[in-house]
Ligand binder design. Structure first.
Ligand code: HEC
Ligand code: HEC
Length: 232
Protein backbone atom coordinates (compact mmCIF):
# COMPACT_ATOMS: atom_id res chain seq x y z
CA UNK A 1 0.00 0.00 0.00
CA UNK A 2 0.96 3.59 -0.28
CA UNK A 3 2.28 3.77 3.25
CA UNK A 4 5.44 1.99 2.19
CA UNK A 5 6.26 4.96 0.08
CA UNK A 6 6.11 7.38 2.96
CA UNK A 7 8.00 5.58 5.71
CA UNK A 8 11.29 7.21 4.79
CA UNK A 9 9.59 10.57 4.72
CA UNK A 10 8.09 10.47 8.17
CA UNK A 11 10.45 13.16 9.46
CA UNK A 12 9.31 15.52 6.74
CA UNK A 13 5.84 15.07 8.08
CA UNK A 14 4.89 18.67 7.54
CA UNK A 15 5.54 18.45 3.81
CA UNK A 16 2.86 16.30 2.26
CA UNK A 17 4.00 17.27 -1.23
CA UNK A 18 6.83 14.85 -0.71
CA UNK A 19 4.39 11.99 -1.09
CA UNK A 20 4.27 10.05 -4.27
CA UNK A 21 3.43 6.62 -5.29
CA UNK A 22 -0.01 5.26 -4.70
CA UNK A 23 -1.33 3.76 -7.88
CA UNK A 24 -4.65 5.16 -8.98
CA UNK A 25 -7.72 3.05 -9.42
CA UNK A 26 -7.91 3.22 -13.17
CA UNK A 27 -9.92 0.42 -14.57
CA UNK A 28 -12.30 0.42 -11.63
CA UNK A 29 -15.95 -0.46 -12.21
CA UNK A 30 -17.70 1.66 -14.79
CA UNK A 31 -19.69 4.53 -13.27
CA UNK A 32 -23.47 4.20 -13.13
CA UNK A 33 -25.02 5.40 -16.38
CA UNK A 34 -27.36 7.83 -14.64
CA UNK A 35 -24.50 10.15 -13.55
CA UNK A 36 -21.41 9.41 -15.60
CA UNK A 37 -20.07 12.95 -15.40
CA UNK A 38 -19.74 13.34 -11.64
CA UNK A 39 -18.50 9.79 -11.09
CA UNK A 40 -15.78 10.26 -13.70
CA UNK A 41 -14.75 13.53 -12.13
CA UNK A 42 -14.57 11.98 -8.69
CA UNK A 43 -12.11 9.40 -9.96
CA UNK A 44 -10.07 11.93 -11.88
CA UNK A 45 -9.73 14.41 -9.03
CA UNK A 46 -9.84 12.56 -5.75
CA UNK A 47 -6.28 11.17 -5.82
CA UNK A 48 -4.85 14.68 -5.61
CA UNK A 49 -7.32 16.07 -3.17
CA UNK A 50 -5.84 14.55 -0.05
CA UNK A 51 -2.44 16.08 -0.76
CA UNK A 52 -3.96 19.43 -1.60
CA UNK A 53 -5.93 19.46 1.62
CA UNK A 54 -2.89 18.46 3.66
CA UNK A 55 -0.98 21.40 2.18
CA UNK A 56 -3.55 23.64 3.80
CA UNK A 57 -3.24 21.78 7.08
CA UNK A 58 0.57 22.12 7.02
CA UNK A 59 0.16 25.90 7.09
CA UNK A 60 -2.18 25.74 10.03
CA UNK A 61 0.05 23.34 11.97
CA UNK A 62 2.93 25.74 11.36
CA UNK A 63 0.88 28.49 12.95
CA UNK A 64 0.08 30.38 9.75
CA UNK A 65 -3.40 31.60 8.99
CA UNK A 66 -5.18 34.34 7.09
CA UNK A 67 -3.53 35.32 3.80
CA UNK A 68 -0.63 32.91 4.38
CA UNK A 69 -2.98 30.03 3.65
CA UNK A 70 -4.51 31.55 0.50
CA UNK A 71 -2.22 29.88 -2.04
CA UNK A 72 -2.72 26.40 -0.68
CA UNK A 73 -6.47 26.93 -0.49
CA UNK A 74 -6.56 28.19 -4.09
CA UNK A 75 -4.60 25.11 -5.16
CA UNK A 76 -7.10 22.86 -3.40
CA UNK A 77 -10.08 24.62 -4.91
CA UNK A 78 -8.58 24.46 -8.39
CA UNK A 79 -8.57 20.65 -8.06
CA UNK A 80 -12.23 20.41 -7.13
CA UNK A 81 -14.70 19.65 -9.89
CA UNK A 82 -16.72 22.81 -10.48
CA UNK A 83 -19.93 21.01 -11.26
CA UNK A 84 -21.65 17.82 -10.45
CA UNK A 85 -21.86 17.34 -6.74
CA UNK A 86 -23.00 19.41 -3.79
CA UNK A 87 -20.34 17.83 -1.58
CA UNK A 88 -17.56 19.35 -3.66
CA UNK A 89 -19.33 22.68 -3.30
CA UNK A 90 -19.37 22.09 0.44
CA UNK A 91 -15.64 21.40 0.50
CA UNK A 92 -14.99 24.61 -1.45
CA UNK A 93 -17.23 26.72 0.78
CA UNK A 94 -15.51 25.48 3.93
CA UNK A 95 -12.04 25.79 2.39
CA UNK A 96 -12.62 29.41 1.41
CA UNK A 97 -13.24 30.21 5.06
CA UNK A 98 -9.70 29.12 5.95
CA UNK A 99 -7.94 32.26 4.64
CA UNK A 100 -10.99 34.38 5.36
CA UNK A 101 -10.91 33.55 9.06
CA UNK A 102 -9.56 36.48 11.06
CA UNK A 103 -8.77 34.24 13.97
CA UNK A 104 -6.71 31.05 13.69
CA UNK A 105 -9.54 29.24 15.47
CA UNK A 106 -11.92 30.02 12.62
CA UNK A 107 -9.36 28.86 10.07
CA UNK A 108 -8.72 25.58 11.89
CA UNK A 109 -12.40 24.87 12.29
CA UNK A 110 -13.03 25.61 8.60
CA UNK A 111 -10.27 23.14 7.72
CA UNK A 112 -11.85 20.45 9.88
CA UNK A 113 -15.18 21.19 8.29
CA UNK A 114 -13.80 20.80 4.75
CA UNK A 115 -12.26 17.47 5.81
CA UNK A 116 -15.47 16.06 7.24
CA UNK A 117 -17.22 17.07 4.02
CA UNK A 118 -14.88 14.71 2.11
CA UNK A 119 -15.83 12.02 4.60
CA UNK A 120 -19.54 12.70 4.19
CA UNK A 121 -19.34 12.07 0.45
CA UNK A 122 -17.24 8.93 0.86
CA UNK A 123 -19.77 7.65 3.34
CA UNK A 124 -22.60 8.41 0.95
CA UNK A 125 -20.83 6.45 -1.79
CA UNK A 126 -20.02 3.58 0.57
CA UNK A 127 -16.24 3.99 0.16
CA UNK A 128 -13.51 4.47 2.76
CA UNK A 129 -10.50 5.28 0.57
CA UNK A 130 -6.94 5.12 1.84
CA UNK A 131 -5.89 8.76 2.01
CA UNK A 132 -2.25 9.81 1.79
CA UNK A 133 -1.25 11.04 5.19
CA UNK A 134 2.37 11.91 5.79
CA UNK A 135 3.24 9.48 8.59
CA UNK A 136 3.63 5.73 8.54
CA UNK A 137 1.19 3.45 10.33
CA UNK A 138 3.49 2.39 13.18
CA UNK A 139 3.17 4.82 16.04
CA UNK A 140 6.43 6.65 16.75
CA UNK A 141 8.29 5.93 19.95
CA UNK A 142 7.35 8.12 22.91
CA UNK A 143 10.74 9.83 22.68
CA UNK A 144 9.61 11.43 19.44
CA UNK A 145 6.84 13.51 20.93
CA UNK A 146 6.33 15.89 18.07
CA UNK A 147 6.21 13.09 15.55
CA UNK A 148 3.69 11.49 17.83
CA UNK A 149 1.54 14.63 17.64
CA UNK A 150 1.85 14.60 13.90
CA UNK A 151 1.09 10.89 13.71
CA UNK A 152 -2.01 11.30 15.84
CA UNK A 153 -3.23 14.26 13.80
CA UNK A 154 -2.78 12.24 10.60
CA UNK A 155 -4.77 9.30 11.91
CA UNK A 156 -7.57 11.51 13.17
CA UNK A 157 -7.63 13.34 9.85
CA UNK A 158 -8.02 10.00 8.10
CA UNK A 159 -10.77 9.28 10.58
CA UNK A 160 -12.61 12.35 9.32
CA UNK A 161 -11.84 12.03 5.61
CA UNK A 162 -12.24 8.33 4.91
CA UNK A 163 -14.23 8.31 7.27
CA UNK A 164 -13.03 5.67 9.75
CA UNK A 165 -13.82 5.19 13.44
CA UNK A 166 -10.72 3.04 13.86
CA UNK A 167 -8.36 5.65 12.50
CA UNK A 168 -9.95 8.32 14.64
CA UNK A 169 -9.62 6.25 17.81
CA UNK A 170 -6.02 5.24 17.11
CA UNK A 171 -5.09 8.89 16.73
CA UNK A 172 -6.95 10.01 19.82
CA UNK A 173 -5.45 7.26 21.94
CA UNK A 174 -1.93 8.04 20.74
CA UNK A 175 -2.43 11.64 21.83
CA UNK A 176 -3.70 10.49 25.22
CA UNK A 177 -0.45 8.61 25.71
CA UNK A 178 1.59 11.72 24.87
CA UNK A 179 4.35 11.89 27.47
CA UNK A 180 4.71 15.62 26.85
CA UNK A 181 1.28 16.01 28.40
CA UNK A 182 3.16 15.59 31.64
CA UNK A 183 4.17 19.16 32.38
CA UNK A 184 7.08 17.88 34.46
CA UNK A 185 8.57 16.05 31.52
CA UNK A 186 12.18 17.09 31.08
CA UNK A 187 11.63 18.11 27.46
CA UNK A 188 8.68 20.34 28.20
CA UNK A 189 9.82 23.95 28.55
CA UNK A 190 7.86 25.91 31.15
CA UNK A 191 6.40 28.37 28.65
CA UNK A 192 4.86 25.47 26.79
CA UNK A 193 3.07 23.86 29.72
CA UNK A 194 -0.27 25.51 28.98
CA UNK A 195 -0.29 24.49 25.31
CA UNK A 196 0.71 20.94 26.15
CA UNK A 197 -1.87 20.65 28.91
CA UNK A 198 -4.47 21.85 26.44
CA UNK A 199 -3.50 19.04 24.07
CA UNK A 200 -4.07 16.58 26.91
CA UNK A 201 -7.58 17.92 27.54
CA UNK A 202 -8.42 17.86 23.86
CA UNK A 203 -7.10 14.30 23.57
CA UNK A 204 -9.62 13.31 26.24
CA UNK A 205 -12.38 15.02 24.29
CA UNK A 206 -11.19 13.41 21.05
CA UNK A 207 -11.25 9.91 22.50
CA UNK A 208 -14.83 10.46 23.64
CA UNK A 209 -16.04 12.13 20.45
CA UNK A 210 -18.22 9.66 18.60
CA UNK A 211 -20.16 11.82 16.14
CA UNK A 212 -18.89 13.66 13.08
CA UNK A 213 -19.76 17.12 14.48
CA UNK A 214 -17.96 16.35 17.76
CA UNK A 215 -14.90 15.08 15.93
CA UNK A 216 -14.87 17.99 13.51
CA UNK A 217 -14.99 20.43 16.39
CA UNK A 218 -12.23 18.81 18.42
CA UNK A 219 -10.02 18.43 15.33
CA UNK A 220 -10.22 22.15 14.72
CA UNK A 221 -9.42 22.85 18.35
CA UNK A 222 -6.38 20.57 18.24
CA UNK A 223 -5.14 22.11 15.02
CA UNK A 224 -5.29 25.61 16.39
CA UNK A 225 -3.37 24.43 19.46
CA UNK A 226 -0.54 23.06 17.31
CA UNK A 227 -0.42 26.26 15.29
CA UNK A 228 -0.59 28.55 18.31
CA UNK A 229 2.56 27.04 19.79
CA UNK A 230 4.57 26.74 16.55
CA UNK A 231 3.62 30.16 15.26
CA UNK A 232 4.96 32.02 18.26
C1 HEC B 1 -18.61 14.01 -4.46
C2 HEC B 1 -18.18 12.98 -3.57
C3 HEC B 1 -16.77 13.03 -3.06
C4 HEC B 1 -16.14 14.07 -2.46
C5 HEC B 1 -16.70 15.45 -2.10
C6 HEC B 1 -14.81 13.63 -2.14
N1 HEC B 1 -14.62 12.35 -2.56
FE1 HEC B 1 -12.92 11.28 -2.44
N2 HEC B 1 -13.79 9.74 -3.39
C7 HEC B 1 -15.11 9.67 -3.75
C8 HEC B 1 -15.39 8.35 -4.30
C9 HEC B 1 -16.73 7.87 -4.79
C10 HEC B 1 -14.17 7.66 -4.28
C11 HEC B 1 -13.91 6.23 -4.76
C12 HEC B 1 -13.49 6.30 -6.21
C13 HEC B 1 -13.16 4.95 -6.80
O1 HEC B 1 -13.28 3.94 -6.12
O2 HEC B 1 -12.79 4.95 -7.98
C14 HEC B 1 -13.20 8.55 -3.71
C15 HEC B 1 -11.86 8.23 -3.55
C16 HEC B 1 -10.94 9.04 -2.91
C17 HEC B 1 -9.55 8.70 -2.77
C18 HEC B 1 -8.87 7.46 -3.28
C19 HEC B 1 -8.57 7.68 -4.73
C20 HEC B 1 -7.83 6.56 -5.35
O3 HEC B 1 -8.03 6.37 -6.55
O4 HEC B 1 -7.02 5.91 -4.67
C21 HEC B 1 -8.97 9.74 -2.08
C22 HEC B 1 -7.52 9.86 -1.69
C23 HEC B 1 -10.01 10.71 -1.82
N3 HEC B 1 -11.19 10.25 -2.34
C24 HEC B 1 -9.80 11.88 -1.15
C25 HEC B 1 -10.76 12.87 -1.01
C26 HEC B 1 -10.56 14.12 -0.30
C27 HEC B 1 -9.30 14.53 0.42
C28 HEC B 1 -11.70 14.83 -0.42
C29 HEC B 1 -12.03 16.20 0.12
C30 HEC B 1 -11.18 17.28 -0.27
C31 HEC B 1 -12.61 14.02 -1.18
N4 HEC B 1 -12.02 12.84 -1.52
C32 HEC B 1 -13.88 14.41 -1.52
C33 HEC B 1 -16.04 10.66 -3.62
C34 HEC B 1 -15.80 11.93 -3.11
C1 HEC C 1 3.30 23.76 23.53
C2 HEC C 1 3.99 23.88 22.27
C3 HEC C 1 3.68 22.92 21.15
C4 HEC C 1 2.50 22.35 20.82
C5 HEC C 1 1.13 22.51 21.50
C6 HEC C 1 2.74 21.56 19.63
N1 HEC C 1 4.04 21.65 19.27
FE1 HEC C 1 4.91 20.73 17.68
N2 HEC C 1 6.69 21.59 18.12
C7 HEC C 1 6.91 22.41 19.21
C8 HEC C 1 8.32 22.79 19.24
C9 HEC C 1 8.98 23.69 20.28
C10 HEC C 1 8.92 22.17 18.12
C11 HEC C 1 10.39 22.26 17.67
C12 HEC C 1 11.10 20.94 17.73
C13 HEC C 1 11.02 20.18 19.03
O1 HEC C 1 11.27 20.73 20.10
O2 HEC C 1 10.76 18.94 18.96
C14 HEC C 1 7.86 21.44 17.44
C15 HEC C 1 8.04 20.68 16.30
C16 HEC C 1 7.06 19.96 15.65
C17 HEC C 1 7.28 19.14 14.48
C18 HEC C 1 8.59 18.97 13.73
C19 HEC C 1 9.22 17.61 14.04
C20 HEC C 1 10.24 17.59 15.13
O3 HEC C 1 10.31 16.61 15.90
O4 HEC C 1 11.03 18.54 15.23
C21 HEC C 1 6.07 18.58 14.15
C22 HEC C 1 5.77 17.64 12.99
C23 HEC C 1 5.11 19.04 15.13
N3 HEC C 1 5.75 19.87 16.03
C24 HEC C 1 3.78 18.69 15.12
C25 HEC C 1 2.87 19.14 16.07
C26 HEC C 1 1.45 18.88 16.01
C27 HEC C 1 0.75 18.10 14.91
C28 HEC C 1 0.89 19.48 17.09
C29 HEC C 1 -0.57 19.52 17.50
C30 HEC C 1 -1.20 18.26 17.84
C31 HEC C 1 1.96 20.12 17.83
N4 HEC C 1 3.14 19.89 17.19
C32 HEC C 1 1.76 20.83 19.00
C33 HEC C 1 5.99 22.84 20.14
C34 HEC C 1 4.66 22.48 20.17
Amino acid sequence: MHRFFVVALAVTACDPTAQTGQAGKAGHDAPPKSQPQSATETRAHAPQLDRALLQVRAKLIAGQHGGATQKSVDALISKLPTAGDAFFGGVATAAKLVPAGRHPKAAASAFADASQMCGACHQKHGVSPAVKSPTEPDAPTPAMQMQLHQWAMDRMWEGLVRPSDDDWQRGAEALLRDPLADANHERTPAEQHAGIAHIGELAQAASKASTVPQRTKVYGQLLVTCGACHGR
